[in-house]
Design a protein around this ligand. Sequence first.
Ligand SMILES: Nc1ncnc2c1ncn2[C@@H]1O[C@H](COP(=O)(O)OP(=O)(O)OP(=O)(O)O)[C@@H](O)[C@H]1O
Ligand SMILES: [Ca+2]
Length: 544
Amino acid sequence: MSIRRLRSNPKTLGDVNMVTEELKNLYYKRLLPIEKYYSFHHFHSPSYEDADFDNKPMVLVMGQYSTGKTTFIRYLIEQDFPGSRVGPEPTTDCFTALMYGEVEGIIPGNALTVDPKKPFRNLDPFGNAFLNRFQCAQMPNKVLESISIIDTPGILTAAKRKLSRGYDFPAVLRWFAERVDRIILLFDAHKLEFSDELTRAFGALCGYEDKLRVVLNKADRVDSQQLMRVYGALMWSLGKVFRTPEILRVYIGSFWSEPRQMCDHYQLLELEEEDLLADIRNLPRNAAVRKLNDLVKRARLVRAHAHVISYLKQEMPTIFCKESKKHNLIYQLPVIFTKIQQQHRVPAGDFPDCTKMQEKLMGQDFSKFKTLKPSLMASLDKLLTTDIANLVPLLQQQELRKKSLPGVLNGEFLGTFRREHYKRDPFKELPRDDESSEVDLDEWVVEKYKPKYDEIFFNLSPNKGKLSGNKVKEWMMTTLLPNSVLAHIWRLSDVDGDGMLDNEEFALAVHLIEGKLEGHWLPRELPSHLVPPSKRLSAASDED
Ligand SMILES: Nc1ncnc2c1ncn2[C@@H]1O[C@H](COP(=O)(O)OP(=O)(O)OP(=O)(O)O)[C@@H](O)[C@H]1O
Ligand SMILES: [Ca+2]
């Protein structure tokens, strides 16, 4: 009865959360008081809450319209999701957070901001114009057990954007960029555009380059020569936005579960796809490090901010000419930044964007600012020097423990066509299928077509009635379906998990491939009516 439960074990992360708990403590104890004291939240970013520490790793998918964002997400989770539309024109106009939930459904933005279990409570300040364009799609999906994914509206070129969005789009992106574990930035190799809007939106990502992975999508639509040109143009344009474009990793691929077009860099696409999937698969493993990183980054910004605010306070006259002095100080802000850097040895990189800070300062009453409070600053220094350092051994222990796990995301997630995936999970052979009552169990739907499939099977010259994984793989790859899809089909077809296919299993595989090519979604688990008759017996006797 609890066999099925065993299989999905996101709880393997159990003791792992020690580091997270400690980070939470440190935040509330050391950082939050200073943030409040110097109105940090008004200037930079709302306070963190429990859910910001406890949530699953999040992946933000963004890019220009029609680059294939929604399609990419469908491909990752291997299913469609509520409220999603795909098309050549701008289709998505909402931010959609895809999260795990027992029942499928949509939660609107306004409701999300009051749910303490979700990490979206402080999206509130972006206003109703945004909240009406924000939703959470919940569904019982294997991949979403381990990560959450955020689909975003496509960035439009000036010509396409007739109406303004009514909310600060780059600011929203920045809010997410600060909190997610990965930012996937999609470009269309077939139609590379680099508009001003895009550049502005990317500005929101500055400082989070470490989370960024760039994808040059639909790369099978161009030939190698064009691809090289597009790649070069992309790097050049990225170089104008990000200070260190050479550290950005660009993945070339065609991320959807449709057959690819044959091209001379086909092999490259497969390798790149595996790399990107591996990167995403490892997110849960690296989540604690990411949180620690972001907390340090935030603490450094808080320190710089506290110095700036207290400097301004100290410069303000007590009685006369307050307004003109204030304007003068705002004008002088770049110089003030430099002064603080020298006086307090705060690195230049810790400071906020000067222009933005100047804008925010305009509406403030400087005389209400607070002076430097030594006890708070000492507490902050302790956080940055000793507290964080003390966490590192704990983090390392945790890393080691997690490495011994088979893979934090379920083995079957984002499958790659590798040897370890040929081994089937023994628990999977007992699909409790609700539809089975309607389907006549004695009849195997594949039987009808089997003679046709047998012909292929025997042509591939089986050994002792079975085909090896490699032989089947070679044949399957002629369908031009992505490896990850073929791996899924393999997992469904190797019913007895011996790493080989007999004629029935092979027929099943071809049947699934044909279904896929006709545009059907693959089943997540093999429904009982698709289990080959000979395997049904053994499944039943295993159970005894
Ligand atoms: N790898 C791919 N190869 C070829 N075409 C693709 C690929 N991925 C997506 N497409 C096609 O590109 C179009 C845009 O896809 P999709 O709607 O997923 O993009 P999007 O980035 O989500 O767009 P929007 O910003 O408008 O929401 C669709 O017609 C889709 O079928
Ligand atoms: Ca979309």
